[in-house]
Write a protein of this length. Structure first.
Lengths: 352, 280
């Protein structure tokens, strides 16, 4: 695995690579620490404060505080800050209870305000839920779905692709034709068909897992083709033949001699396909087939932003999940490009 | 002959390709290798020597539509009739290979020590102290600092050292027959001599047979007991090394020997093989 370490060090040595790594790391840290950072739970409602704009922050007596708003137009959900009224922000104060990493119970939060008031860093949605908190909780789903999905994809893709590439001949022919059939089915329709076929058997809490599996089932075909091509070329490298000549079994050759030599390419492929999973989940949730209320995911949050009045009345904060998706997908794609430049210098434009 | 030969190949045919484009790589060859004997198989590229060596343990890829017929008797077993599991026991365990290009024959992602221990795991599970055994093997192939080398990756070694490590891996399995497929082609002349010396020394220590595949008559002299000359998939001549070199019978063998540049003999052009003269 020293090759992977080498590649990561090479990414870190580039300015853009380091920036992207830090950005992605920050996103994942925020996702893991969501309950600590988020001031409210995903389902905490405040019906009187629907479409509350982001609260502005002020300094008062050396402490950070939020301004307090009042509704000026009930029909249009318009709010105005009340002059001179503020609520101080408490750091590391007690709030609702949660579990760190799902194990240790804790109730401290990064920041809260007194219970009589609300802090909406990115405004609130149609039932007064904090968009910032939901964005954080949503990132848990949107970000992890890419990692889990790509793990399943790589697992199947590697086994199928490596077996086809290693054995070649008829095995290869049959497997690759099957893969092509799978690839010929339009992805989105297959996604919808599988989703509706599987829906009756799973409760909404398990739907997260189902979505991952559906996305992976569609995604592995392309990956396996790519791995097959690489396995085909590594298979003919003398050290694989030497290992065969030494009497090593096929399974061990596949996992011990072919897989490690593919690792850096797999890293590139994984990084470049993660955005597909994030977008896939967003698309499913947007169509109402993915994560369901009251849980949060970026796609689901975006689907709420379809309402006409959000555009008419300029409730721009409802579109922040879109920005989050955009940033994450861009970061993965750019990181994938950098990785590919490092692993395969033939594609590289800038050598530095 | 009183005791049976180690390897007895009878009427071996090897062909590649399908119906309309079959190429016959080996066309009915028979030869024997005795216990403790060194046999050199000499011939130009494409004469079928490497393919014969690979066929001994059925290492030829199935995807190449390769057909092997005949009989390969290794001690009491016919390797052409063996199941995959039994075949794996023979690969490495009884017949071990050394290939031409040491730099690519070692897996770049593992240390030398790991790869030698892998060989030990496969064919000598009874060895308890693998570290000590690996060190002993590296010492036996003449590597100066075995302990350090065990932790090195292939790219940290020179070509000669890599080939020594490959030989150590092959020896780790304690094979009866060591097939050296052009073991010195990728190395420079001084290293070639060292490797050949090493193989000679190991052969006498380990009581194994060596099948040396080469196109270079130079390294055959003083190393091989017997020479087999192959040409276009057939054995055209075989016999004790000295005899074949002194008194070649087949025009191809004569031509091959004439191709060796001689010390002290002035030549404007190097000799090449005139195929029309051989095939008539």
């Amino acid at each position: 695995m020293s090759r992977i370490r080498e590649v990561i060090v090479a990414v870190w040595d580039r300015k853009s690579g380091r920036a992207l790594l830090i950005l992605l790391l920050a996103l994942y840290v925020c996702a893991i620490a969501a309950p600590f950072i988020a001031p409210y739970e995903t389902s905490t409602q405040e019906l009187g404060k629907a479409f509350h704009p982001p609260t502005s922050l002020t300094f008062s007596e050396g402490r950070l505080a939020v301004r307090i708003y009042q509704q000026t137009n009930k029909d249009l959900n318009l709010f105005e800050p009340i002059e001179g009224k503020i609520a101080p922000i408490h750091f590391f104060s007690r709030g609702y209870e949660y579990k760190i990493l799902g194990i240790l119970p804790w109730d401290r939060h990064l920041f809260t305000v007194d219970e009589a008031h609300r802090i909406y860093l990115l405004g609130s949605d149609s039932t007064g839920r904090d968009v910032f908190s939901r964005l954080l909780y949503g990132s848990q789903i949107s970000l992890s779905i890419g990692l889990i999905g790509i793990s399943i994809t790589l697992f199947f893709g590697f086994i199928v692709g490596a077996v086809a590439g290693f054995y070649g001949g008829k095995t290869d022919f049959v497997i690759m034709r099957l893969v092509e059939i799978l690839m010929a089915i339009p992805g989105l329709y297959l996604l919808l068909a599988l989703r509706s076929a599987l829906a009756p058997y799973f409760s909404s809490t398990k739907m997260y897992l189902v979505i991952v599996i559906i996305l992976a089932l569609i995604g592995w075909a392309g990956t396996s083709r790519m791995i097959r091509g690489m396995a085909l070329s590594i298979r003919n490298r003398p050290f694989v033949q030497a290992s065969e000549a030494m009497g090593q079994s096929t399974t061990v050759i596949l996992f011990r001699h072919i897989l490690p030599n593919l690792s850096s390419y797999l890293l590139v492929a994984a990084t470049l396909s993660i955005p597909g999973y994030i977008l896939g989940e967003a698309a499913l949730s947007f169509l109402g087939l993915g994560i369901t209320e009251p849980d949060a995911s970026w796609g689901l949050m975006l689907s709420q932003a379809q309402e006409a009045r959000i555009l008419m009345l300029n409730f721009w904060w409802m579109l922040t999940p879109g920005v989050a998706i955009f940033i994450t997908v861009m970061a993965f794609n750019l990181l994938g490009d950098i990785l590919r430049d490092i692993v395969d210098p033939k594609f590289g434009i800038n050598k530095s | 002959m009183s005791n049976k030969p180690l390897l007895n190949v009878k009427d071996l045919h090897i062909s590649f390709g399908q119906v309309n484009s079959i190429s016959h790589a080996v066309q009915g060859i028979s030869f024997k290798i005795e216990k403790g004997e060194t046999v050199a198989v000499v011939g130009e590229s494409g004469s079928g020597k490497s393919v014969t060596a690979m066929a001994l343990t059925r290492l030829l890829p199935e995807s190449a539509h390769c057909k092997i017929t005949g009989c390969i008797q290794l001690e009491e077993q016919d390797t052409l009739a063996l199941e995959a599991d039994a075949l794996r026991e023979i690969r490495g365990g009884k017949i071990a290979y050394i290939f031409q290009e040491p730099s690519t024959s070692l897996n770049p992602v593992y240390t030398i020590g790991f790869q030698i221990k892998e060989a030990l795991d496969l064919h000598r599970p009874e060895v308890t102290d693998q570290q000590a055994e690996a060190e002993r093997l590296l010492d036996a192939v003449g590597i100066k600092d075995p302990r350090q080398t065990l932790n090195d990756y292939p790219h940290q070694l020179s070509g000669g050292m890599q080939q020594r490590a490959m030989i150590a891996m092959a020896l780790a399995c304690q094979p009866k027959l060591l097939v050296a497929d052009e073991p010195t082609t990728a190395l420079d002349v001084t290293i070639q001599a060292q490797i050949i010396e090493l193989l000679k020394k190991l052969k006498s220590e380990q009581e194994m047979s060596i099948m040396l595949i080469t196109h270079n008559f130079g390294i055959v002299t003083g190393f091989a007991d017997r020479v087999i000359v192959m040409f276009r998939g057939n054995i055209v001549e075989s016999g004790p090394t000295d005899e074949v070199l002194k008194n070649p019978q087949h025009p191809y063998t004569q031509a091959l020997i004439d191709c060796i540049p001689k010390l002290g003999k002035k030549q404007d052009r190097l000799t090449t093989i005139d195929y029309e003269k051989i095939t008539g």
